[in-house]
Design a protein around this ligand. Structure first.
Ligand code: FMN
Length: 289
């Protein structure tokens, strides 16, 4: 039996499945829809979801997840726009736990974010253990401390400039005050990496997949917006991602498989403050062609 099963008694031959399939798996042959390139199927589920008659089932997908979308699902676009514009990176959190149920909802929307070729290869690590978060922050601060030592050496800057490009080294050098601040505050007992958030979500994926980073970023973006709707705050933590990608100790601490690397980090929690107004942004640099 193949993975795509079409119930001929239900199929109306409308051709929608043929039309929406990104991989051109189907053809209409005489009086039936036939999956002629079934091996090309990427299990995106579009054919099952588009069918008015629910005539298609996919053996490798959970049929129970094909839930009817409510007809009246209408999100107010102006409210959604304000929601997206009012989202702020939250760096001050209440000392309040986020329940496992809520974290599961966040991960669930992350799992529904688009992935290139529907690889669904984003892996999540959810860290709520305070001592683990502290350990990771400590490793990150140490990583940047070492980085500052290297960046302050003329010899290292010269060699690294040849390898990484002088512009990158200049950018990194401009970050020295930020890196030094991390250590200064860490010593004072304040974590400027994870910002005291109760939940840290790390995404990792296959190093060999050239678009794994995009997949991870999109998953975290979905989670970020869902968090906003739930009343949670979040902040992307590029500092941790940058350190984690390069630090053996961090990868070991999180038990990252050797073929994978960390592509994104988001902290989540209940915000301590509520922002009163939107902020200003530079005009978009956009070209219409
Ligand atoms: C890729 C990326 C990495 C970021 N890394 C950090 C970080 O390590 N620490 C932090 O406090 N904020 C981080 N931020 C948050 C940005 O500073 C923030 O998005 C920016 O200042 C705009 O503020 P807003 O998100 O409130 O609009 C990051 C944001 C992005 C998109």
């Amino acid at each position: 039996m193949g993975k795509l099963i079409i119930d001929k008694n239900k199929c109306s031959l409308c051709g929608k499945c043929v039309d929406v399939c990104p991989e051109k798996v189907y053809e209409i042959k005489e009086d039936a829809v036939v999956p002629i390139y079934e091996e090309e199927c990427i299990a995106c589920g579009h054919c099952v979801a588009i069918c008015d008659k629910f005539a298609i089932t996919h053996n490798e997908m959970n049929i129970n997840e094909f839930i009817d979308i409510p007809e009246d699902l209408k999100i107010d676009s102006e409210k959604f726009r304000i929601l997206m514009r009012s989202r702020r990176s939250i760096r001050k959190y209440l000392d309040k736990e986020v329940s496992k149920e809520i974290i599961d909802v966040l991960i669930d929307v992350g799992r529904y974010s688009p992935t290139g070729h529907n690889y669904e290869n984003v892996e999540f690590i959810v860290i709520t253990n305070k001592s683990k978060i502290k350990e990771l922050a400590n490793l990150t601060v140490s990583f940047f401390k070492f980085g500052v030592t290297l960046l302050k050496s003329d010899v290292v800057r010269f060699i690294a400039g040849g390898i990484m490009g002088n512009k990158t080294i200049k950018r990194l050098s401009e970050m020295i005050p930020t890196f030094e601040r991390l250590e200064r505050y860490w010593k004072l007992g304040e974590d400027l990496i994870f910002r005291g958030a109760p939940v840290v979500i790390v995404t990792h994926s296959e190093k060999s997949d050239p678009i794994a980073r995009d997949n991870c970023t999109l998953a975290l973006c979905h989670i970020m917006l869902m968090a906003e709707v739930i009343g949670l705050g979040s902040c992307h933590i590029g500092l941790f991602t940058a350190a984690a990608q390069r630090s053996y100790k961090i990868k070991k601490s999180l038990n990252i498989p050797k073929d994978n690397t960390i592509f994104g980090t988001l902290v989540v929690g209940y915000p301590k403050y509520k922002y009163k107004r939107l902020v200003s942004r530079r005009p978009a640099k956009v070209r219409y062609i």
